[in-house]
Ligand binder design. Structure first.
Ligand code: NAP
Length: 396
């Protein structure tokens, strides 16, 4: 394994992250851990981890420690041996971090050479009387060389068929992935999206979104150009005891649906070896009850895991906030400010926000008021949470 590159030798003060799977003692073996060590201890730490039966999946320099960036180095093959001394990492992570980015796939398929996926299903997610169309669409990714793999919280690109007004091929559109890495059928080669057909009025004309209409209308067996995966902003922490607060509007539920399946779907728990034991709290905003997405699944998780899951809905056109206006998720955040802040004070808590960009100021306002009630300053707290990798936002 290359751990001592010329570049690394240039500066012994550089710090490295060593990403390890299956390392730990007895029952406490963890799916993945990251040890931060100075260059001088890198070689000995790697040897000790290998002696302990850990599988090193990545070693990379930490951004900023030398100004050289953080190119991942190839991981060594698994080595196992009799137990020896525990490694002595210089500094274990102080907070529950998102997965080590070195192991997350990105850009396996680029726009010039997309993967051709096959639609396996396309069905409506909304009920009678809903506003607009929102569909769940699944693509078969089998046979890719390389295989298109992804993790929860990433996005894929779709290039719609046809050409634009200038006769040029359409550009790709990004969609958050709504399935777990195993796919809805657990066969590990499908990906699902949650897509609202975009519709708006312009000069008295109804305009429909090119890609969202293409996807909502697509039939099973159709071939679709897929790129990616992309994105490392919305990854889940590895810690099974993390707390996860989710703030979603409309189709912004896509990544949350993947997280919740990973946490609570029995087949997922069996397969992923990750047994979530923390608290997950979903705030979901939609205009009307029939617009609630994946609601039956979430209600089911609520029954199965009442101690681990909370589900709070803001149905804007049916419920009113305290001021008599439309009920938005920030109004729900304000109602539960005390509990949310108690959770946020726990370093194991991560917050994920996905959906309409317009909700960001409202959420900030609610958090400012909630923080102030606890004698805290949100304008200082939010950057600190972001820096700690605990505040994740993907809004459009
Ligand atoms: P939707 O079903 O129309 O629901 C959006 C909800 O948010 C409605 O209840 C709406 O209320 C409410 N809302 C409006 N303004 C708000 C504000 N300032 N603060 C808080 N809530 C507000 O949603 P949608 O059409 O699916 O839109 C979701 C957004 O997420 C889109 O912009 C989409 O691009 C984005 N997104 C999609 C994905 C994806 O992969 N599909 C991923 C990330 C983000 P009223 O309409 O009643 O006022």
């Amino acid at each position: 394994m290359r751990v001592s590159t010329g570049r690394a030798n240039q500066s012994d003060s550089r710090m490295f992250n060593v990403v390890v799977e299956g390392f730990g003692i007895g029952q406490q073996r963890q799916a993945e851990r990251v040890f931060t060590v100075p260059f001088s201890q890198l070689q000995s730490t790697i040897q000790t981890i290998a002696r302990q039966g850990g599988v090193i999946t990545g070693v990379f320099a930490i951004d900023g420690s030398s100004g050289n960036g953080a190119d991942p180095m190839p991981a060594p093959a698994a080595e196992t041996a009799a137990a020896g001394d525990a490694p002595t990492p210089a500094a274990a992570p102080a907070v529950t971090k998102a997965p080590a980015h070195a192991t997350v796939p990105v850009n396996t398929y680029k726009p010039k050479t997309p993967f051709l996926g096959t639609v396996t299903e396309n069905y409506s997610l909304v009920g009678e009387g809903a506003i607009g169309r929102v569909n769940h669409i699944t693509f078969d990714l089998a046979g890719g060389d390389p295989q298109l793999e992804y993790v929860e919280g990433q996005s894929i690109g779709i290039i719609p068929e046809g050409t634009d007004a200038n006769g040029k091929p359409h550009k790709l559109r990004l969609y958050s992935i709504a399935s777990t890495r195993h796919g809805d059928n657990m066969a590990t080669h499908t990906v699902s999206l949650c897509v609202r057909q975009l519709e708006y009025e312009q000069d008295g004309e109804t305009i429909k979104g090119v890609c969202s209409t293409y996807l909502c209308d697509i039939e099973p067996a159709a071939k679709v150009k897929i790129t990616g995966p992309v994105g490392k902003e919305m990854l889940l922490p590895d810690d099974e005891e993390a707390n996860v607060i989710m703030l979603a509007t409309g189709t912004g539920i896509a990544p949350m649906r993947a997280y919740l399946r990973r946490m609570f779907e029995p087949a997922e728990r069996d397969k992923n070896g990750w047994h979530f034991r923390g608290k997950a709290w979903l705030f979901m905003g939609v205009p009307k009850t029939p617009n609630l997405l994946y609601d039956a699944d979430f209600e089911h998780y609520l029954k199965q895991y009442p101690d681990n899951f909370r589900y709070t809905k803001a149905i804007s056109r049916e419920q009113q906030n305290a001021k008599g206006g439309r009920m938005y998720i920030q109004d729900r955040v304000l109602e539960h400010a005390d509990e949310i802040f108690t959770l946020i004070e726990d370093p194991k808590t991560h917050v994920y926000m996905c959906g309409l960009k317009g909700m960001e100021p409202g959420i900030d306002e609610a958090m400012t008021a909630a923080a102030a009630a606890k004698g805290l300053d949100w304008s200082e707290l939010r950057p600190a949470l972001k820096k700690a990798g605990r505040w994740h936002v993907e809004t459009y």
